[in-house]
Design a binder for this molecule. Structure first.
Ligand code: ADP
Ligand code: MG
Length: 250
């Protein structure tokens, strides 16, 4: 597989029955960068990811990868939904959850290959969860659960990774592991798009940002986007965020 091109969203408009969630949003996401989608609650961040995945229809616009519709290349995407959208009572072990990431490659009702099992093991080791492989996922902490879902996405051997709020309810150790893996994936040339509503210190782990509030407010490098006027506009008032400038002048 050659080098990955960029992911291009053009003039995207998405409405639920009577709510317009996104209006005329355009941006590009580049490989080798860790890109965040930020914005207040209800800004349309999850809607954006779901529209890109083809989980909800959109009224207008286009979503292209390598200049071809992304909808025809879904096998290249790994997606980790918001934790609140996962049924944690589902009786699956850590191993089951990660192997589900291999189903599309293997096919339902076919035995998993040795390669699939190796990839699942490598992914679990990478996130520090291989020792837990027989545990039911419902018994893990929030951070451990998030790491298992990250391992599942790694086992998928995807080119594009979408994560929705992966840092909510996780411990600092997990946050550091996750950001390290994002950086590694970026260095391998993958596209990494992460919804994140938190503007704390961890925002500095992103290379590029997309700031949304129904419409696109700003896009570009982290420093281009994290300007007071952009945040004021997106959050309809003053908002405090962690800036490198504050740290330097403190
Ligand atoms: P965010 O992830 O940025 O918090 P969402 O994408 O979840 O925002 O929601 C954007 C807007 O769309 C909100 O006004 C929300 O209430 C609305 N919305 C989200 N999901 C649905 C749905 N399934 N049906 C109707 N409206 C929805
Ligand atoms: Mg959301």
């Amino acid at each position: 597989m050659g080098n990955l091109g960029c992911l291009k969203v053009e003039n995207l408009t998405v409405s639920y029955r009577n709510v317009e969630a996104l209006r005329n949003v355009s941006f590009q996401v580049f490989p080798q960068r860790v890109t965040g989608i930020i914005g207040p609650n209800g800004a349309g961040k999850s809607t954006m990811i779901k529209a890109m995945l083809g989980l909800i229809p959109y009224q207008f616009g286009s979503i292209l990868l390598d200049n071809q519709p992304l909808a025809q290349q879904k096998h290249r995407i790994a997606y980790v939904p918001q934790r609140s959208q996962i049924d944690w009572t589902y009786p699956a072990t850590v191993w089951d959850v990660v192997m589900m990431g291999r189903v599309k490659k293997t096919g339902w009702f076919k035995p998993f290959s040795r390669m699939s099992r190796e990839m699942a093991k490598t992914a679990l080791e990478k996130v520090g969860m291989y020792d837990y492989c027989h545990r039911p996922i419902g018994q893990l902490s929030g951070g451990q659960q998030q790491r298992v879902f990250l391992a599942r996405s790694l086992a998928q051997s995807a080119d594009i990774f979408f994560f929705d709020e992966p840092f909510v309810g996780v411990d600092q150790k997990t946050e550091a592991i996750i950001f390290n893996i994002f950086q590694e994936l970026a260095q391998e040339g993958k596209i990494i798009l992460v919804v994140n509503h938190d503007l704390g210190e961890s925002i500095n782990n992103f290379d590029d940002l997309i700031l949304l509030n129904k419409t696109l407010i700003a896009k570009g490098t982290r420093n281009e986007v994290l300007r007071e006027e952009n945040l004021y506009h997106a959050y309809n008032g003053r908002v405090s965020f962690y800036s490198e400038f504050d740290r330097l002048s403190a």
